[in-house]
Unconditional design. Structure first.
Length: 62
C-alpha cells in the first residue's frame, strides 16, 4: 500500500479511537465527506492531470 494512503487511513483510525466526543467525530466526518464529495469535485481541474492523485482520490472515495 502507498505510504501516504496508509498514513491517511491510520490517522482516521487513530482519530476514531482517541476522540471521545461523538459530536466532534460527526462534525469531522461531515467535513471530510464535504472535502471528498464536494470540494474535490468542484476543483477537479486542479488534480485531473495528476494520475497519482486521481488514483488516491478514487481509493479514498470508497
Amino acid at each position: 500500500m502507498n505510504p501516504v494512503i496508509h498514513d491517511f487511513i491510520a490517522t482516521l483510525f487513530l482519530f476514531n479511537e482517541v476522540c471521545t466526543s461523538s459530536v466532534l467525530k460527526e462534525k469531522q466526518f461531515n467535513r471530510l465527506k464535504d472535502l471528498i464529495h464536494v470540494r474535490f469535485i468542484k476543483h477537479r481541474d486542479y488534480f485531473i492531470k495528476d494520475n497519482i492523485l486521481v488514483s488516491h482520490y478514487e481509493f479514498v472515495k470508497k
